[in-house]
Write a protein that binds this ligand. Structure first.
Ligand code: PEP
Length: 253
C-alpha cells in the first residue's frame, strides 16, 4: 500500500521565532485532531532544520528540506549536501520544484544527480514535475511531464524508484489560487503512474506515492485527495497558516 502524505513547503518564509511558533501549532493540532495514517511533513528553510526537528521530537510530524546539492562536499559556497541532511537525520527533501527549475536553471540532468545523492544518503526525495501554462494550453503537458519523470528518475533501478515520492505540480496552479480540477489532477496522476508502469511494472508504479501540488486549500483538498491516483498534497502558501494546513491534513481522512 502506498503512503498518504501531506507535505508543507514553507519556501523562503518566516523568521526563526515565527517558524518555531508555526511548527508548534501544527504539531499540537495534528496530535489532537488528526487520527489518520497519513504522513505529515514540514519542508522548512535550511537554517531552521535542526531546531524544528528537535522541536518536533517524536511527533508524527516530520521535517524535510527544500533542496540539496548534486555534490557530496567541497568548495560549493552556499550549498547543502544530502550527506549533511543525513547527518542531521532529515528524512525528506524536495527536489525539482518549479521555482528551482525556473529561477535556478535546474534541469532533468542535474535533478537526476540530486536524486542519486538524496537516495544514497537514505533521504526520501519528493520529486516535483509539472507543466507551465503555455504547455498546458498547447496540449503537450502529458509529453512534458513524462519527459521530466524520465529525465530525473528512469535511470533508477526499480528498487530505488520505489523510494521516490512524486509531486505533480502544474506551474500555472502554484501560488496562483488557480487549482487544477480534481479531474485534471487525476488524469495527470494516472498518466504518470502509467508511465512508471511502462518503465518498471504496475506493482512498482502502484507503490509510488504521487502528491498533487498547486493552490491546495482546506476547501478543495478533500475532493483532490479523493481521486484514486492522488496520494496527498504538496502545499505551499496554505502551509504557512497552521489552521489551514492542519485542515488540509485532516482532508486525507
Ligand atoms: C508549491 O510551491 O509547492 C505549491 C504547491 O505552492 P502553492 O500551494 O502555494 O500553490
Amino acid at each position: 500500500m502506498r503512503k498518504k502524505i501531506v507535505a508543507g513547503n514553507w519556501k523562503m518564509n518566516k523568521t526563526m521565532a515565527e517558524a518555531q511558533a508555526l511548527a508548534s501549532e501544527v504539531m499540537g493540532m495534528i496530535s489532537s485532531e488528526v487520527n489518520s495514517s497519513a504522513i505529515v511533513v514540514l519542508c522548512v528553510p535550511f537554517p531552521y532544520l535542526p531546531v524544528i526537528k528537535y522541536q518536533l521530537g517524536k511527533s508524527v510530524v516530520k521535517v524535510g528540506a527544500q533542496n540539496c546539492s548534486e555534490y557530496d562536499s567541497g568548495a560549493y559556497t552556499g550549498e547543502v549536501s544530502a550527506l549533511m541532511l543525513k547527518s542531521m537525520e532529515i528524512p525528506y527533501v524536495i527536489l525539482g520544484h518549479s521555482e528551482r527549475r525556473q529561477y535556478f536553471g535546474e534541469d532533468g540532468k542535474l535533478l537526476a544527480k540530486k536524486i542519486d545523492k538524496a537516495l544514497a544518503a537514505q533521504l526520501t526525495p519528493i520529486f516535483c514535475c509539472g507543466e507551465p501554462l503555455e504547455i498546458r494550453e498547447a496540449g503537450t503537458h502529458e509529453k512534458l511531464v513524462k519527459q521530466q519523470v524520465e529525465e530525473a528518475l528512469f535511470h533508477l533501478p526499480a528498487e530505488a524508484a520505489q523510494k521516490i515520492v512524486i509531486a505533480y505540480e502544474p506551474v500555472w496552479a502554484i501560488g496562483t489560487g488557480k487549482t487544477a480540477t480534481s479531474q485534471q489532477a487525476q488524469e495527470m496522476h494516472a498518466v504518470i503512474r502509467k508511465h512508471l508502469a511502462s518503465k518498471y511494472s504496475s506493482e512498482v508504479a502502484s507503490s509510488i506515492s504521487i502528491l498533487y501540488g498547486g493552490s491546495v486549500k482546506a476547501d478543495n483538498a478533500k475532493e483532490l485527495f479523493s481521486c484514486p491516483d492522488v496520494d496527498g498534497g504538496l502545499v505551499g502558501g496554505a502551509s504557512l497558516k497552521s489552521r489551514e494546513f492542519v485542515d488540509i491534513a485532516k482532508a486525507m481522512g
